[in-house]
Design a protein around this ligand. Structure first.
Ligand code: ZN
Ligand code: ZN
Length: 178
């Protein structure tokens, strides 16, 4: 089971869309349970952004054992120190990942999201979860594991893994079941 952990009030349509795509792409059932509610421990006062790596550590530490992976859906602006902002971050081959609606929904709250923004956020959610299954960035620009620098790149890529990444994912899932 893969746990979806919303932070604050989010549109049901978005959460359900992410759950549906997790089932389709990774083949795992999902459950929804907020693991972290308060992200203030990760707030950088100078940048007025949240440090996503710190959130991932707390997320992984608080995830119930029944979940093989956890994805948090945040609404705050996320960063890692070497970049101005990130859409999300993941522990490569680990348990936890996070995606934020902030940039992908152009700063609006996560309650009111149109289809276009839902599609973007869902793609980046699947992308981050892919990293927890050990998938790296893919040079194929239509592949969901392609690294996107801006929202146009996200809109351009498909919602599918390329053939190569699909094989890598199947290998990883088989390995983890042994
Ligand atoms: Zn990535
Ligand atoms: Zn690929």
């Amino acid at each position: 089971m893969i746990l979806i952990s919303p932070v604050g009030d989010l549109s049901d349509e978005l959460v359900e869309a992410i759950g549906g795509e997790i089932k389709r792409v990774f083949g795992f059932a999902t459950e929804i349970e907020p693991v972290l509610q308060d992200l203030s421990f990760a707030l950088d006062q100078n940048r007025n952004q949240h440090h996503s790596t710190m959130i991932l550590e707390q997320l992984a530490a608080n995830t119930p054992a029944k979940a093989i992976k956890v994805i948090a859906i945040a609404q705050v602006d996320l960063f890692i120190p070497i970049l101005t902002h990130v859409y999300g971050e993941a522990q490569l081959g680990g348990t936890a990942c996070i995606v934020s609606t902030f940039r992908l929904n152009e700063g609006r709250s996560g309650m009111n999201i149109s289809r276009k923004y839902i599609d973007r956020i869902v793609k980046e959610a699947i992308h981050e979860l892919g990293h927890t299954f050990n998938l790296r960035h893919c040079p194929e620009d239509s592949c969901i594991m392609h690294y996107c620098r801006n929202e146009e790149d996200v809109d351009r890529k498909s919602d599918q893994l390329c053939r190569y990444c699909k094989v890598m994912l199947e290998d990883e899932i088989t390995r983890s079941k042994k």
